[in-house]
Design a protein around this ligand. Structure first.
Ligand code: BGC
Ligand code: BGC
Length: 932
């Protein structure tokens, strides 16, 4: 019964309890200016150089802020209060606690409230579809939708996915993902999220959430926060690892997209497995109570990742609102909450207002997305645990045999959207004339297993945990079953034959002899055609180990020895086109400059329409316009960040020190001065674009004012009878095996807890019980979620003219970057983009707004955002390193009534053609160099 001790008594957030003397392992700070000492404010260990050190601690922050119905949550809160006020203690507990792993049909299920005909809530993966369901769609992964840089597609994908979840009877879709953000390219789950750039991730997550929730289901933005690797994410024989970082990096990089998610109204947030500054993600009072619920003003509920809860009272006081799947270990029959939460409220170790706040937040999320009007018959009309029509509702216990799958086709017209999204997310990285194919090629050849079927079927590997056949999804819980998977092989072959061409392929990755012979035929005078080599690189969630990759990738090279296949083909064929399906960057050093490689395409993680989408691109039916949402470096070391593959603290928690601060991905390359192979934001088209006429208009804003004022006192909803007898299991109650109930075994709280240490003298954090009115934070808001409302004041509007200087219609993604100035800032940071379709010879106007937040740094001392006095420059161009237009920003003009647009700065005369030239930013100047 040791777990009950932990449940009720022992587990404070680790940081709070930890008093051992930390050791400074004497890290040397990487080259350049050290980022400043931005150790968490009031952290017990003030470091001299950097906040991200081993044994960093996370300061206690109590009480847990109660939801108030800020912003557009008012109506939802009113409905939630009316509902929750009627509930008994055990009914409230039922909302907060999952009923156990595989206890019912979804990956997570709450208890029901039968008295009020309120059915159990269904929580279902994934961020790209309805996990485990049949007759549902497999959408492009986050990384592929990010590479469209298209807000309307971000929204559409969210809406389509949300519609499918709704039609299957799901209440909460377990996505989208912005953690991992992608600190290190090896991270196994990076592809579930969008981009290592927080701005792009932030826009993508916000639009996705709006789409999902407008379809009538709740989003669950995850994993909060710093879950940047799979290794050591959960405790095993050692505690889970701790991601250690400073306050400034927290705000400017990792928290940034979560702020956008909160502002967009995400109904829930999933707290993460690993520790943050040595306090577990689901009981870290600093990240949950302070950052998420106070500073960002989050009004929805915090759900634990699966078995990420490690304490009962402590996690409640630290801000957790719902535990999933409810049991301590999968099917242990025990829970930190359930009956133990009932007991904790009755014995006063959890105040009623905290339980009521959990319930209100959960129900407010429900009403916020109008769940009550979006119900379907027989919900959930599928089972995550069997594809048979009939099965057990209580799957683990093998009870209640009935119909569990209705096989409802929820796909609507989504296949068309998926094909569009996948094609628009495809990035053309190199093109010396290999593309587009004309359809007149006499002999078209395809190489590599990545073009073909998994011979076990598209769903032949559970949770896609293998790398057989074409890669259209990574592995883990972030998956869905393919309703079908169009392979590149079948789509290209069909295209070739429709044009009367000839087609052969070699899909065995080791059949070099055959591949060489086939490629040789294409190269013969009088034949001609194309050799298309498909290659991939896979990864996923750590509960599956494939080919020695424990979720995270062990390296950044192409799988199946595809470098060798590329070499084999290029030795014979001078028109070799390389297509890659990868979850992130790979090393292309060995072959990307080979003149026989006439085109390189990154086709991302495209989902079910893979083959159709790549064929649309290869044959120019869709002009590529995607831009890479991450940097392609020459080597693994180029990134300056890596994962922790070996424990580094003995039997203590591995210490994962984010010492690079905000310098990840392109910010790292810009800082170290290393030239990437393909820079962030880069992508070619079959046409070319010119940039001109940058206009910058200062807008009038009021000076930034810290938020002041106080919350209400903690409200309670309804009365909780303290008659213990009211909460004992009803007579003759049938208990389902391993199922988690809110009821007590007897009227004795001590006996019901089963804990030999029950009521042992123990000091919980005093502030955790303080239900008096609390001050809002300066960077927070008393009116709307998302932080201080003035952060979103528009300070500048920017426009530029983009001209299609080529022969065909095409899409361009103009990007706006800002140099915030000063040695501690990245050279430039992304702060705007749009995707424009432009006819040949025509021009389009790119417009973008720069907000106060976009110009600010996090100031640790004042605990607020500030616009530094360093000079600031805005850049517009076609990638993070092709920035032909620039102008300095006169911040003062914004405080003096705004200003007319100053004369445009002289811009680079050479249009930034998406073909050969690549510009490099150096000291704010544009320099044109030739890359390919
Ligand atoms: C994953 C979550 C997922 C959950 C339920 C966890 O292991 O980290 O992303 O939603 O399982 O499957
Ligand atoms: C489940 C996942 C879950 C994981 C937790 C797996 O068995 O399929 O949904 O995320 O366990 O480790």
């Amino acid at each position: 019964m040791a777990f009950l001790k932990v449940a009720l008594l022992a587990a404070l957030p680790l940081a709070y309890a930890q008093s051992s003397t930390p050791t400074n392992p004497g890290y040397s700070i990487p080259q350049g200016t050290p980022f400043p000492d931005t150790t968490y404010p009031n952290a017990t260990v003030p470091y001299a150089v950097a906040g991200a050190q081993s044994n960093q601690t996370s300061p206690p922050e109590y009480p847990s802020p109660w939801g108030e119905g800020l912003g557009d949550w008012g109506a939802a809160y009113a409905q939630a209060k009316a509902f929750v006020s009627q509930l008994t203690l055990t009914e409230k507990v039922n909302l907060t606690t999952g009923t156990s792993w595989e206890g019912e049909q979804c990956v997570g299920n709450t208890g029901a409230i039968p008295r009020l005909a309120f059915k159990a809530m269904c929580m279902e993966d994934s961020p790209l579809g309805v996990r485990f369901a049949d007759f549902a769609s497999a959408f492009p992964a986050g990384v592929s939708i990010a590479s469209t840089w298209d807000r309307s597609l971000f929204y559409l994908r969210g809406y389509d996915m949300g519609s499918e979840q709704r039609d299957k009877g799901v209440d909460v879709q377990l996505g989208p993902v912005v953690g991992p953000i992608g600190r290190a390219p090896e991270g196994g789950r990076n592809w579930e999220g969008f981009s290592p750039d927080p701005y792009l991730s932030g826009i993508a997550v916000a639009e996705t959430i709006k789409g999902m929730q407008n379809a009538g289901i709740m989003a669950c933005t995850k994993h909060y926060i710093l879950n940047e690797q799979e290794h050591y994410r959960q405790p095993s024989d050692i505690p889970a690892s701790s991601s250690n970082l400073d306050d400034r990096t927290m705000h400017e990089l990792y928290l940034w997209p979560f702020a956008d998610a909160v502002k967009a109204g995400t109904a829930s947030v999933m707290c993460s497995y690993q520790q943050i500054n040595n306090s577990y993600g689901c009981q870290n009072s600093y990240t949950l109570n302070r950052l998420l619920k106070n500073e960002l003003g989050f009004q929805g509920f915090v759900m634990s990742d699966w078995s990420a809860q490690h304490s009962g009272v402590s996690s409640a006081l630290a801000g957790l609102d719902q535990t999933m799947p409810g049991d301590i270990g999968f099917d242990s029959g025990t829970s930190y909450w359930g009956a133990n939460l009932t007991i904790a409220v009755l014995n006063g170790t959890i105040p009623q207002w905290r339980l009521d706040d959990m319930a209100i937040r959960i129900m407010a999320g429900y009403y916020y997305v109008d769940r009550q009007s979006n119900q379907v018959a027989d919900a959930p009309n599928f089972s995550a645990w069997t594809q048979d029509t009939f099965g057990f509702k209580n799957f683990y216990a093998s009870e209640d045999y009935t119909q569990v799958n209705w096989h409802v086709d929820v796909t609507r017209e989504h296949a068309i959207d998926i094909r569009t999204m996948a094609a628009k997310g495809t990035v053309l990285l190199k093109n010396t004339g290999g593309l587009p194919l004309t359809g007149k090629e006499k002999l078209t050849t395809v190489f590599g297993s990545d073009a073909a079927e998994n011979v076990w079927g598209p769903n032949g590997c559970p949770d896609r945990g293998c790398d057989n056949g074409t890669l259209a999804m990574g592995w883990g819980s972030g998956t869905a079953n393919f309703p079908y998977l169009i392979t590149p092989l079948e789509a290209i072959k069909a295209e070739v034959r429709s044009n009367g061409g000839f087609f052969e392929d070699v899909i065995d990755d080791a059949a070099y002899t055959q591949a060489s012979a086939l490629a040789r035929r294409v190269g013969q005078p009088g034949i001609g055609g194309a050799c298309i080599v498909f290659a991939n690189s896979d990864g996923g969630e750590g509960f599956i180990i494939y080919d020695y990759n424990e979720g995270d990738r062990n390296n950044l090279t192409l799988w199946h020895n595809s470098d060798m296949m590329i070499q084999t083909v290029t030795e014979q064929c001078n028109n070799t086109i390389v297509v890659m399906h990868t979850i992130g960057p790979v090393i292309v050093d060995a072959w990307y400059e080979n003149p026989n490689v006439t085109a390189i395409v990154w086709a991302g993680i495209p989902g079910q329409e893979s083959g159709n989408a790549i064929t649309d691109i290869l044959y120019g039916k869709v002009n590529p316009g995607g831009k890479t949402p991450f940097t392609w470096g020459a080597s693994r070391g180029s990134y300056g960040t890596d994962l922790l593959y070996e424990p580094n603290a003995g039997s203590s928690a591995p210490q994962d020190n984010f010492q690079e601060g905000v310098f990840i991905d392109y910010r790292a390359f810009d800082r170290s001065g290393e030239t990437p192979i393909f820079e962030f934001g880069f992508g070619l088209s079959y046409t070319t674009f010119a940039y001109s006429n940058l206009q910058v208009q200062a807008q009038s804003v009021a000076p930034y004012a810290p938020t002041t004022g106080q919350t209400t006192a903690a409200p309670t909803y309804g009365t909780v009878s303290n008659r213990t007898a009211d909460y004992v299991f009803p007579p003759n109650f049938h208990k389902v095996e391993a199922y988690i109930y809110p009821y007590l075994n007897s009227t004795s709280l001590r006996a019901s807890s089963g804990d030999p240490l029950y009521a042992q003298n123990y000091t919980f954090p005093a502030g955790g019980y303080d239900g008096s009115a609390q001050p809002y934070l300066a960077a927070g808001s008393s009116t709307t979620p998302g932080g201080n409302t003035q952060l979103y004041d528009v300070m500048f509007t920017v426009s530029a003219t983009i001209t299609n200087t080529g022969e065909v219609v095409g899409d361009e993604v103009p990007q706006l970057y800002i140099s915030l100035g000063g040695p501690e800032n990245p050279k430039v940071v992304l702060r705007g983009f749009d995707r424009l379709t432009i006819a040949p010879g025509a021009t389009a106007t790119f417009t973008s707004e720069i907000t106060r937040r976009d110009l600010s740094n996090w100031d640790v001392a004042s605990q607020n955002w500030v616009i530094s006095s360093a000079p600031k420059t805005v850049y517009v161009g076609s990638s993070s390193r092709t920035l032909p237009l620039s102008q300095s920003l006169n911040i003062n003009a914004c405080y003096n009534g705004g200003s007319p647009a100053p004369a445009p700065a002289p811009s680079s005369p050479a249009p930034a053609s998406s073909g050969a030239p690549v510009s490099q930013l150096s000291d704010g100047q544009v320099q044109t160099t030739s890359a390919w």
